[in-house]
Design a protein around this ligand. Structure first.
Ligand code: UDX
Ligand code: UDX
Ligand code: ADP
Length: 477
């Protein structure tokens, strides 16, 4: 006999907590869901018509339940006190100082939220770790909760990692491949897992809700992201071979993907992966491996991140050499600043790295992205702690209102994000060509363009994973 959940609190109204708990509220109209955050501005926008994150379908989901059984609030304490079940969905950034700097996750926010729960709770709570965290975090949370619990108050800890991808968060949540719940292998642990499973069972078939021990659950999340990132680094490593030999990476990935053991998804070569999870989670895995005295394992996974850095550098080098080995004073139009299409998120976006490389070469850069906020771009490009950075930056970098404007008088267009609107069936590349300096170059870092069509217009086209002009035409050198 397990408890039926009536009130849920979600601590952290970010990219994970916001969409996830909005879908939970939509699918469980009889459960009260309160999403809380310390950031008052973020909560205000969750309560407005301009949600703080762009995600296809999210507006409809929020509108259906907000004010009915879905609430966004800064009243963290009250929501914790009232809830039967609490999702901890706070940020876990990579540490930049101290032990494990550059690798380990900073668990300060998780611990603060955990202590707050322990301090406030006057009734039993199921506490669910939702943020991606290193293995054994649930254990630490349990120790903190139990050491600070009021007499008679019981805490059960669950791990329930989220697998949604940005840009497809709502469809991923509504039709997940699986829901994973990790619990202690005790009667109480299993009962808590069953209570949470009931919430998901409102829309997810029972067979897809799987339970296991907490540590397996925590490691599965890191492992899944590591596998996915590894596929991209593998295909990107092969893209370098393609460029040097005359093979075409799209053909290679198609051929490989037809093997049912490999599968076709996540084999798209690119200028590099970005996003808040892949790099962070792999570095977490590297750090974990090193702490467990498994240096070979650490080295194996670290290579996935190294390859990703190499890909960004390699693509930049190809751009520089195509542009006659100098970018000084040249205008480069960047199409796309988000780390992938259909999101306004720029965390770890390859475009950030590329713009920094172009700046170092003294290029003038004009950036266009359909969803990223201007202020975000400036924040991403400023080096923290450098006072004069913004004025210097703005001498070299501008933000355009359209792809056409970005490409006006440019020497080259560089596609960094695979937005649908950049396809040659959507944008008028003849108009873009006419406005550019000649020879007009396009560098396709996302394999979104039809090379033949663009060449016919007059462009010099260089695509990731396809042989460059010099290989195709030896006289070009
Ligand atoms: C392989 C490829 O599968 C095949 O497509 C290609 O044509 C030839 O190479 P083969 O070497 O005969 O075939 O056997 P395979 O089933 O791939 O196994 C190779 C090795 O990997 C074996 O030692 C097997 O035990 C091991 N293996 C396979 C694992 O350790 N774990 C697995 O999950 C799968
Ligand atoms: C990822 C995982 O997919 C998700 O399950 C997890 O919960 C969080 O991390 P996300 O980072 O939002 O999701 O997006 P994802 O679609 O995985 O893309 C990550 C990066 O890889 C993007 O920069 C994307 O452009 C790149 N990518 C993806 C490729 O370069 N090639 C591909 O084939 C797929
Ligand atoms: P993710 O991508 O994992 O969802 P975000 O950074 O988008 O991460 O969101 C995490 C949110 O958690 C932030 O909005 C932050 O303000 C919030 N947060 C962090 N600590 C607390 C806390 N103790 N109480 C309430 N909100 C918190």
């Amino acid at each position: 006999p397990h408890k039926k959940i009536k009130k849920i609190c979600c601590i952290g109204a970010g990219y994970v907590g916001g969409p996830t708990c909005s879908v939970i509220a939509m699918k469980n109209p009889n459960v009260q869901v309160t999403i809380v955050d310390l950031n008052a501005q973020r909560i205000e926008s969750w309560n407005s018509d301009e949600l703080p994150i762009y995600e296809p379908g999210l507006d409809e989901v929020v509108k259906e339940s907000r004010g009915r059984n879905l609430f966004f609030s800064t009243g963290v304490d009250q929501a914790i006190i009232e809830a039967d079940l609490i999702f901890v969905s706070v940020n876990t950034p990579t540490k930049y100082t101290g032990i494990g700097a550059g690798y380990a996750a900073d668990l300060g926010y998780v611990e603060a939220a955990t202590r707050q729960i322990a301090w406030l709770a006057t009734s039993d709570k199921i506490v669910v770790e939702k943020s991606t965290v290193p293995c054994r975090t649930a254990q630490s949370m349990r120790v903190i909760l139990e050491a600070n619990a009021k007499p008679g108050v019981r805490f059960d800890i669950l791990s329930n990692p989220e697998f949604l991808a940005e840009g497809t968060a709502i469809s991923d949540l509504i039709k997940p491949d699986r829901v994973l719940i990790g619990s202690l292998d005790t009667e109480e642990g299993r009962a808590a897992a069953a209570s949470l499973a009931d919430i998901y069972a409102s829309w997810v078939p029972r067979g897809q809700i799987i339970t296991m021990n907490v540590w397996s659950s925590e490691l599965s999340k890191l492992a899944a992201n590591a596998f996915l990132a590894q596929r991209i680094s593998s295909i990107n490593a092969l893209s370098a071979i393609c460029e040097a030999t005359g093979a075409d990476i799209d053909e290679v990935s198609y051929a490989c993907g037809l093997d049912s053991r490999i599968g076709p998804k996540f084999l798209k070569a690119s200028v590099g992966f970005g996003g808040s999870c892949f790099q962070k989670d792999i570095l977490n895995l590297v750090y974990l491996s090193e702490s467990l005295h498994l240096p070979e394992v650490a080295q194996y996974w670290r290579q996935v991140v190294d390859m990703n850095e190499y890909q960004k550098r390699r693509f930049t080098n190809r751009i520089i050499s195509s542009l006659f080995n100098t970018l000084t004073g040249k205008k480069i139009a960047i199409f796309g600043f988000a780390f992938k299409k259909d999101t306004g998120d720029t965390r770890e976006s390859p475009a950030i790295t590329l713009v920094k490389y172009f700046r170092a070469e003294k290029a003038l850069v004009s950036i266009y992205d359909p969803k990223v906020e201007e202020s975000q771009i400036w924040m991403d490009l400023c080096e923290p702690g450098i006072v004069d950075d913004l004025p210097a930056l703005q001498k070299q970098v501008s933000i355009a209102a359209s792809a056409y404007q970005a490409a006006e008088k440019a020497d080259a267009v560089v596609i960094c994000t695979e937005w649908e609107e950049f396809k040659d069936t959507r944008l008028d590349y003849e108009q873009i060509y006419d406005g550019m300096k000649k020879p007009a170059f396009i560098f396709d870092g996302r394999l979104v363009l039809n090379e033949k069509r663009l060449k016919k217009i007059g462009f010099k086209v260089e695509t990731i994973g396809r042989p460059g002009e010099s290989l195709r035409n030896p006289e070009f050198e």
